[in-house]
Design a protein around this ligand. Sequence first.
Ligand code: PEP
Ligand code: MN
Length: 338
Amino acid sequence: MIIVLKPNITQEQVEHIMDKMDKLGLKPWLSEGVERSIIGVIGEEDMLRALPLEGFPGVEQVLAILKPYKLASLEYKKKPSHIDMGGGVKIGGKHISIMAGPCAVENRDMIIDIAQIVKDAGAVCLRGGAFKPRTSPYSFQGLGEEGLKYMAEAREKTGLLVVTELMDIRNIAMFEKYVDVIQIGARNMSNFNLLKEVGKTTKPVLLKRGIANTLEEFLMSAEYVLAGGNPNVILCERGIRTFETFTRNTLDLNAVPALKSLSHLPVVVDPSHGTGRWGMVEAMSMAAIAAGCDGLMVEVHPNPEDAFSDGDQSLLPKKFEAMVTRCRKVAHAVGRDI
Ligand code: PEP
Ligand code: MN
């Protein structure tokens, strides 16, 4: 930690800060410059972070040296993690994992049909919400447990893994029964009680970035799950809210190389929610692969015009197949495969 002092700080104020550090058992050192002085303090950054140091008289700024997240950091693991999503299907290595399916599970036949379609096109995971976080309480809220049963049936029929969103800690046992990967949606990225609870499960967690969260906040949310005892966290960039209104969100592809440089956790990109427009999904999927993502989460619907949710951003099966074919070429160009 580096404490930058104000130019007009008094000798007494400097001594007060030095005393405080001594009393905490830390070893501060004062470095006096012509215009500015600083106090350096090594160790116990967590303890220092909790102190309101910027409120001390004579302090201008406090600069942290260490990252606030530890288990999520690349320094902790040194190399990228390969996470088993279920049945030995791994994410985080050379292979790019495609997760695809409708926004919501609408009925049994549609989810089973679409599962076979996305599997044949190259997906390893079936997505589909049974509990939907809708902006309006009057919109379709999902089929609930019935939807999870249909997802599980689609897994039996196709061999695909199943990823679906958990919104409520009361449903964790139900999810453990039916689901392979537990999705935590953007709206719940900062629901710390939910994160603590999924930290206790044995299922991998796909954690989506909140609509207005920094990468550091995103990694701190991952840290909650990891600190709870669950080492299997997959990060998902799904677009953030900006001033732009043409797209539903602004897909922050900077997040891919940035997260890869900060963390060992695999990174998935969701170009469906990231753009809100089906016509942009293929381009952003290819860009995400070129940027170094480990997986894609894409919404596919047999008839987007009649979709219960997110029809605007859902690909028709044929478009999805064509997208995967083009993405495969980009993957090969950057030394990956699908
Ligand atoms: C979803 O993937 O179904 C979803 C609701 O996404 P997000 O949480 O990113 O909005
Ligand atoms: Mn959706």
